[in-house]
Design a protein around this ligand. Structure first.
Ligand SMILES: *[C@@H]1O[C@H](CO)[C@@H](O)[C@H](O)[C@H]1NC(C)=O
Ligand SMILES: *[C@@H]1O[C@H](CO)[C@@H](O)[C@H](O)[C@H]1NC(C)=O
Ligand SMILES: *[C@@H]1O[C@H](CO)[C@@H](O)[C@H](O)[C@H]1NC(C)=O
Ligand SMILES: *[C@@H]1O[C@H](CO)[C@@H](O)[C@H](O)[C@H]1NC(C)=O
Ligand SMILES: *[C@@H]1O[C@H](CO)[C@@H](O)[C@H](O)[C@H]1NC(C)=O
Ligand SMILES: [Ca+2]
Length: 509
């Protein structure tokens, strides 16, 4: 079934083998949006390499090489400075988008900066990656440097689309010297201090440019602190995600920034006579993450060039961070992984907030989880239906009045003797017995008279007294000066219907 909804225990494993959700799920796991019980499964969009969607910005202006064209050499061949960067030549330019492109045919493409020719002024560069969407990292962020990794850099993140920033991890060949921090590794972290920001020396030392190109922000190892080194016990991680303050936020970001503070040196000091071999070059940035949808969506789509959760559970907003209109009878909550393994949807529940949901005929509604439907309850003014949009049986719509008018449903008022049913058509026509006619079936077709139980009078029983005569079994025609029981008065409006004086039936007794 689609859309795919990922059961929690394959939260990580998906990234390892990226199976198709639908074929991977056993039948006991259902999708978010269809089938009984859908609302109980944790809804998560699939993990994606978010480099496909990132906006890249580099600072300061002019940091990218090639304008004007420039020669450079590499740390492996420091005296063969014949390579050239030229922004105007497609083959020799190194623009920022080459950090996020898909490389084909083994050809490595990379962004490259100007060289450190202004030494000792520091060679600084910022790379800001923006998604304009809250994301949750699900595996290691890997930045691949060509020609050596920086000896000093900071990875920062923003959770509010760039308004505020915080450090995520420090990297230096000497943490104490560069940042005044003692060097740590993720393996030094315990469950209690997993969200601590550390400085690591693991990715900054010079070991030969070809061998170690990657700078990593370790996500898998952090998950492993709870789930075990092979991430077998993911339940433990989910429980922590729910219960440990700040843990889910730690893995959440909307922007990342790399602050490159000192390039690879290829040795212990800077060779002033050959500054053309110092620069930064990044060929790839992998950001495996998923849209943060607060466990209310199983899909995330690009809409108007912005990632957007396809919210379920009556939620809305880019991150499904609020209840949809009409569903605000209790405050919004994120979905929960607990209880394992199914989690809790924390669906938003309906509330009639104005006249629109129930057409003004009810101020109560009920949400039926099972079929994901909101229904108005106790429709007034003779209405019925999911939004009180129909007339009750025995009533019909007065189409010259708006649907939300109190008098929009008019009683059919079908004649009980002339009609085959008390219900009428949408236009108010009653269904007549043979011989009867009129909207209400309260008249006789010509050639027919009221008979049987409906007869008012007849000649045999001499019901018309004082010289009155029975006309058409319907009424007594009285002599001029005579009134009385058996000389019926014309009925008054609003009483029994016109045309057949029902009251006179009493006379038979
Ligand atoms: C990089 O960003 C930081 C933080 O906003 C700022 O202080 C610094 O000046 C920026 N560096 C460059 C080279 O733009
Ligand atoms: C960022 O996302 C918001 C919310 O979806 C949207 O309104 C805005 O236009 C987006 N901004 C950019 C620059 O794409
Ligand atoms: C985290 O806590 C553990 C155990 O309490 C401790 O050994 C370790 O040094 C701490 N790590 C950091 C980075 O503070
Ligand atoms: C329908 O509504 C109009 C406008 O109020 C009214 O004039 C008319 O009598 C109504 N018709 C019925 C059958 O009640
Ligand atoms: C009614 O009129 C008839 C003749 O026209 C008369 O015989 C009779 O007495 C009158 N009855 C009454 C109650 O006035
Ligand atoms: Ca590339």
């Amino acid at each position: 079934m689609s859309p795919p909804c990922w059961p929690p225990h394959i939260f990580i494993l998906l990234i390892i083998s990226l199976p198709l959700c639908s074929s991977q799920l056993s039948s006991s796991f259902d999708t978010c949006s269809s089938g009984p019980g859908w609302q109980f499964f944790p809804c998560l969009p699939p993990p994606t390499n978010m480099k496909e969607f990132m906006q890249i910005r580099v600072d300061p202006p002019g940091i990218t090489c090639g304008n004007p064209p420039e020669r450079f050499c590499t740390l492996e061949n420091p005296y063969l400075c014949s390579d050239e960067c030229d922004a105007s030549s497609p083959d020799l330019s190194h623009p920022p988008q080459l950090m996020g492109d898909r490389e084909r045919g083994g050809l490595i493409t990379y962004w490259q900066t100007i060289t450190w020719s202004r030494y000792p002024e520091p060679l600084l560069a910022n790379i800001t990656l923006s998604w304009n969407k809250s994301l949750e990292v699900v595996d290691d962020i890997i930045i691949t440097f060509e020609y050596g990794r920086p000896t000093s850099m900071v990875l920062e993140k923003s959770m509010d689309k760039g308004a505020t920033w915080q450090p995520y991890q420090y990297y230096a060949d000497d943490c104490l010297e560069a940042f005044g921090m003692s060097p740590k590794q993720v393996s030094d972290l315990a469950p209690t201090n997993l969200t601590r920001v550390i400085c690591t020396e693991k990715y900054s030392r010079w070991v030969g440019a070809k061998e170690e190109k990657n700078v990593v922000f370790e996500v898998r190892a952090r998950f492993g602190v709870f789930a075990g080194p092979k991430l077998i016990n993911m339940d433990a991680l989910y429980i922590r995600m729910e219960t440990m303050k700040g843990l889910r936020d730690f893995f959440t970001f909307s922007n990342l920034r790399l602050r490159l503070l000192r390039p690879a040196l290829g040795g212990t000091y800077v060779q002033r006579e050959n500054l053309l071999k110092y620069f930064y070059a990044i060929s790839n940035i992998d950001v495996p993450a998923r849209c943060k949808c607060n466990l209310h969506a199983s899909k995330c789509v690009l809409r108007d060039a912005t990632l957007q959760c396809e919210c379920e559970h009556n939620t809305g907003g880019q991150d499904c961070q609020r209840c949809r209109g009409g569903f605000r009878s209790r405050s919004w909550r994120p979905g929960s992984f607990l209880p394992l393994p199914r989690g809790t949807a924390n669906t938003c529940i309906c509330a009639v907030s104005g006249n629109c949901e129930c057409n003004g005929h009810s101020n109560r509604c009920s949400y039926i989880d099972f079929i994901n439907v909101v229904t108005c309850v106790s429709c007034k003014h003779n209405t019925r239906g999911q939004s009180c949009q129909y007339c009750r049986l025995g009533y019909y719509r007065n189409i010259s009045l708006p649907l939300d008018d109190d008098n929009t449903c008019v009683e059919c008022d079908c004649d009980p003797d002339g009609s085959a049913s008390p219900h009428c058509s949408d236009s108010g026509l009653c269904r007549c017995k043979p011989g009867a006619t009129g909207r209400r079936c309260d008249s006789c077709l010509s050639g027919f008279t009221w008979r049987g139980g409906g007869n008012v009078c007849d000649t045999e029983r001499l019901i018309c007294q004082n010289g009155g005569t029975c006309l058409d079994f319907q009424r007594c025609v009285c002599p001029e000066n005579s009134t009385g029981k058996s000389t019926p008065r014309p009925r008054s409006p609003g009483q029994a219907p016109r045309g057949r004086p029902r009251v006179q039936l009493k006379l038979k007794t």
